[in-house]
Design a protein around this ligand. Structure first.
Ligand code: ZN
Length: 536
């Protein structure tokens, strides 16, 4: 068979134990038809074959980000100005000015990912800072966690707020001496503001494609996503059918939104290899930062407090059992040790009750885990799905103080591997301290347990560091395994889908800091070159 594309003189790491290394690879249509030597690949060359001489560059399977909220983030990115790590007030103002000039027709001006603690020496800014740039149209800027927002006066007037408007239940407006809002709103009070201007179904494909291109540039060819709005499903289905969807998406409906809806979606997209619904999502507890993680033992820096579940486990259990019976994987957000144990118990009971094989239920984040529970993941076939940068970015801020002497419970990715647990990696984008949802920065975190800033200085449970090879496996083959697609993707193997990347550095052999300089030179998705930085 003649190949459409041949990669030769490459340093291919396949993530396939049967044939870990190769020099050459051939693609026909959207599949890999050969992996092996430079000599043998020539047999597949024909008059229309595109021959790429990779000059020794490293080739890996495309990355799989196994936990994101990408689609909503994409809509926000396309319609907001981004203040990620902008810590200078003048720079914030100049970004707003530029955005305002470039969007003369926007009714509201929206900004995102502002860090409240990193501007103004931690003092809350006010509406006056934004009024100085934009006094006519309303401006609203949301913080990186999505728990606070900051507005100008026009926004306050548009909402009809005055000094006598009361705070909503579960929310707060900061006020000046007269009681008038200063422009900063918390929790339920900030939820009153819309996060992005409405994106019409007609506009969606163009915006979405632009954001997918951004992922392809980072080497990402697959994601698992939670939170798509149903109004955009027709557009995604059309993109899939006309071959313009350059990303494989495993979409997770919420279990609480109804399993009948999830069944309907699973059937609707049953034939697609680009958009699939086989997993349902739920949450067991909260987060470490505000002590809502549900722990077996109290927090070291808040004696007596053990957090709490966000749903009654007895209410969740029958839903999980029903989802399991219907053949869904269940993915549950768990942060604290008790949340992990409770969900393992529930998964165990679901498996006993329905007696299904290979359920592959998942626990998401798993920021802490009791050593006794780690082997249970392997026994029950439960996947540990983790975000390395959730560890590294928050260690010094609060994580080390929350766990104290129990630090060995935290982010135990090496222990999971030693217990033969399936470990996959994702970013939780955009709820993560990353400029872009970059797999290479995440792999740096998994390998060093540090940020680029504290690397070499912070030494916190470095026994849990893993090798670059293991981290790549968690970002490729294990991501595919976690969505039951390892027979079609996740490694460079004859017969699998042609999703792969070419890197500028040999990250298998270079020191960890090189990961941060490494560029994705080329991304091939579904047999097409979708990102190309260098001519081969
Ligand atoms: Zn998430």
């Amino acid at each position: 068979m003649n190949a459409d594309i041949i990669l030769e003189n490459a340093n291919i790491w396949t993530v396939d134990n049967q044939l870990p290394r190769a020099q050459a690879l051939a693609v026909s249509g959207n599949e890999i038809i050969f992996v092996g030597s430079n000599d043998r690949v020539q047999e597949m060359s024909g008059p229309n074959t595109r021959l790429l001489d990779l000059r020794g560059h490293l080739v890996l399977p495309g990355f799989n980000d196994c936990h994101t909220h990408f689609i909503n983030a994409a809509l926000r990115t396309a319609t907001n100005f981004d203040l990620y790590w902008v810590t200078d007030m003048q720079e914030i103002q100049s970004r707003l000015r530029k955005f305002s000039e470039e969007h003369p027709d926007n009714d509201w001006l929206h900004g995102m990912r502002w860090f409240p603690t990193r501007i103004n020496n931690g003092v809350w800014p006010t509406r006056a800072d934004l009024d100085a740039v934009e006094s006519k149209r309303p401006v609203v800027i949301f913080d990186i966690d999505g728990h606070s927002c900051w507005t100008n006066t026009a926004a306050i007037e548009r909402m009809g707020y005055t000094a006598s408007t009361p705070d909503p239940e579960g929310g707060q407006m900061l006020r000046d001496a007269s009681g008038y809002p200063t422009g900063v709103f918390f929790e339920v009070a900030q939820e009153a503001f819309v996060r992005y201007p409405p994106v019409s179904v007609g506009e969606f494909p163009r915006l979405f494609q632009k954001e997918i291109a951004r992922l392809n540039k980072l080497g990402i060819t697959s994601i698992s996503n939670n939170g798509i709005k149903p109004m955009y499903l027709d557009a995604i289905e059309a993109m899939d059918k006309n071959n313009s969807l350059q990303l494989r998406i495993s979409e997770w409906p919420m279990i609480l939104d109804g399993l009948d809806k999830a069944v309907e979606l699973r059937e609707r997209f049953a034939k697609s290899e680009k958009f699939r619904v086989h997993t349902v999502k739920t949450l067991m507890d909260g987060v470490m930062s505000n002590y809502s993680a549900w722990m077996l033992e109290p927090f070291a820096d808040k004696p007596g407090e053990t957090g709490y579940p966000v749903i009654d486990p007895e209410k969740l259990e029958p839903l999980v059992i029903e989802a399991d019976r219907l053949g869904f994987q269940v993915a549950t957000h768990v942060i604290g040790t008790r949340a992990v144990r409770t969900m393992l118990d529930i998964y165990e009971r679901a498996q006993k009750e329905n007696d299904r094989l290979d359920c592959r239920h998942r626990l998401e984040h798993v920021e802490s885990s009791h050593p006794d529970d780690r082997k249970r993941f392997a026994e029950l076939g439960v996947i540990s799905s983790m975000t390395p940068v959730h560890c590294t970015a928050d260690l010094e801020g609060y994580y080390i103080s929350r766990l104290g002497d129990s630090g060995h419970l935290g982010f135990a990715w090496k222990s999971f591997l030693e217990n033969s647990v399936h470990l996959s990696f994702g970013t939780d984008w955009p709820a993560v301290d990353l400029r872009e949802p970059s797999p290479l920065e995440q792999i740096f975190g998994a390998v060093t347990r540090c940020t680029p800033q504290n690397y070499g200085k912070l030494k916190w449970h470095l026994e849990q560091c893993i090798s670059v090879q293991d981290a790549i496996r968690s970002y490729t083959l294990e991501g595919a395994y976690a969505e039951k697609m390892e027979h079609r993707k996740g490694s460079l193997t004859t017969g699998k889908l042609a999703d792969m990347i070419v890197l500028s550095e040999n990250i298998l052999e270079s020191p960890p800091e090189k990961l941060l300089e490494t560029k994705v030179l080329m991304t091939i998705f579904d047999g097409e070159i979708v990102h190309n930085l260098e001519a081969f």
